[in-house]
Design a protein around this ligand. Structure first.
Ligand code: BG6
Length: 511
């Protein structure tokens, strides 16, 4: 096993230190859509190292020049995308392109690693990358162990006091508890835990990081953040996109594995964890793991609703059924939506349900956390026209509308006692200049400066899989496990409301 060496950390906000970034899967979709735009943004904001080399590795037959053209096209498309729209600054793009080269190789071929070794030496000589290397595995998880074994055999992940070697792996990390454990074991044959950066790009989103700040940098929320005051919490990650071109991946993955043990559980952990001793990587990750360890393991029949989108429409435009998407089997039972109810067995949260839902092809793109507070203990106004008092809610709006909203009752002016629901609504854009970001910028930069706070540690990944393992078992045993169909463009299956039982609560409506 590799030796754990502690390297000097660059302070946040300063330019990252010299390094070479090696991207496995450089011709793939992730590199094109997310990594290259993120690197461009790092160049634009002055955070990309001055001494920087990028080596793209993939099977596709490309030259350095055609790779650069491919990247230029990706960054240009990104800059004009309506979510990120910005003026393309060619000097930054040119600098990024100038740092790049391409190695056409088969990941399983030892010869590729000999070639890579030579390329890395060249990068050190020509670009003064100082032998620091970040290996980014933008490939299917089935390739992770093989690539890391080869990197190990070629001596490429061996750190020295002066030079770091780090490996970023994309999600999903394994496909269940056993495979995640096995993958971890394989990676650890060649890497120390501190060299492994398990990517969850949700943690790079500003609004997701803000959950911690909102809770722990303000005095007013934490005293209320307990079972004494909170009725329940709803976490929603709703998407409008369908499966797009990813059926080969999605058919065997489904909404649960794609989103829940990683993105959605990270949101849960940030919402429910105790205050860490500091914002140091291990202090934060200790608390996240601790709270995930306290989550009830699911009852897959009682606590879960799985759905799949059928044909539907949005704004009058017809939408295909999942089963009619390219490369999807005509009788597929893969879920494209999942909702679940979880409980947390600790003193802060005992008895407070956490409802989670995520799905594709829904009516709107909306990611948010709604904390619903308990109703007042009795109604002073019961003999008036106010009717039942509504509960207060705090809505943490993650995307695309970023902000927070507190809802409470106020007297409607007039001679009668009537209460109306009003909102204190904070929008990021009203206060801060929002730099266009994919969420990957923060994480690539953090890896370069050696801050693992926003990456998943192995114990928290395992805790996530542990919670959903019974559902995995059920799906492995029963091909006819319950699946509800919902119209594409709708709010998801009506059955998801059943998770609230007779509590009188419902899912917050999607816009
Ligand atoms: C990815 C999932 O991790 O996250 C995708 O694999 C999903 O299926 C995506 O669409 C959502 O991320 P974002 O940043 O677009 O909300």
């Amino acid at each position: 096993m590799a030796q754990d060496i502690e390297h000097v950390k660059t302070p946040h906000g300063e330019r990252a230190p010299a390094c070479t970034l090696v991207i496995f899967g450089a011709a793939g979709d992730l590199t094109k859509r997310l990594l290259m735009p993120a690197l461009y943004n790092l160049a634009r904001t002055g955070l990309l190292p001055l001494n920087f080399a990028l080596i793209g590795v993939d099977r596709a037959d490309m030259t350095d020049d055609s790779f650069r053209a491919h990247v230029a096209q990706a960054v240009t498309a990104f800059a004009s995308d309506k979510h990120y729209a910005q003026t393309l600054q060619t000097e930054h793009l040119d600098r990024l392109l100038g740092s790049m080269s391409y190695l056409s190789a088969d990941f399983s071929d030892p010869q590729a690693y000999a070639q890579l070794t030579a390329r890395l030496q060249q990068a050190d000589k020509e670009k003064h990358a100082d032998a620091n290397v970040m290996f980014y595995l933008a490939v299917g998880s089935r390739f992770f162990a093989g690539i890391v074994d080869q990197l190990g055999a070629a001596g490429l992940v061996q750190e020295t006091e002066q030079a770091w070697r780090r490996v970023v792996v994309e999600k999903p990390f394994g496909h269940d508890l056993a495979s995640a454990r096995e993958l971890n074991k394989q990676l650890r044959n060649n890497l120390h835990e501190t060299q492994i950066y398990r990517m969850d790009h949700f943690l790079g989103k500003e609004t997701v990081q803000n959950i911690m700040l909102m809770r722990f940098a303000n005095g007013i929320f934490e005293p209320l953040w307990t079972r004494d005051h909170i009725d329940h919490v709803q976490i929603t990650v709703a998407e409008t996109v369908g499966v797009e071109q990813r059926a080969a991946f999605y058919e065997t993955t489904g909404a649960m594995r794609d989103m829940v043990p990683n993105h959605v559980f990270q949101l849960l952990a940030l919402t429910a964890m105790e205050s860490p001793a500091s914002f140091d990587a291990d202090a934060v990750r200790n608390e996240k793991t601790k709270v995930l360890d306290s989550v009830h393991v699911l009852d897959p029949l009682r606590d879960v609703v799985r759905g799949q989108y059928a044909a539907g429409a949005r704004n009058g435009e017809p939408l295909k059924a999942y089963r009619n998407e390219a490369d999807v089997s005509a009788d597929s039972r893969t879920e494209t939506y999942i909702a679940m109810k979880l409980g947390i067995d600790n003193w802060r949260w005992a008895g407070v349900p956490f409802y989670l839902r995520t799905g594709k092809a829904l009516s709107t793109r909306q990611s948010e956390i709604q904390v619903q507070f308990k109703r007042p203990p009795f109604s002073l106004f019961r003999d008036t026209a106010t009717g039942a008092l509504q509960p207060n809610t705090l809505l943490i709006k993650l995307q695309p509308d970023e902000g927070a909203m507190l809802t409470f009752g106020a007297k409607i002016p007039g001679p009668r006692i009537e209460i109306g629901q009003v909102h204190m609504d904070f929008h990021y854009k009203d206060y801060f200049q929002n730099a266009p970001s994919t969420g990957y910028e923060t994480l690539i930069y953090d890896c370069m400066i050696g801050d693992a706070t926003l990456f998943q540690r192995s114990d928290s990944v395992m805790a996530g899989w542990q919670i959903v393992q019974p559902l995995q078992d059920l799906l492995a045993q029963r091909k006819d496990a319950p699946l509800s169909f919902y119209a594409a463009g709708s709010q998801g299956p009506e059955e998801a409301q059943q998770l609230f039982g007779d509590s009188g609560n419902r899912w917050r409506s999607l816009a």
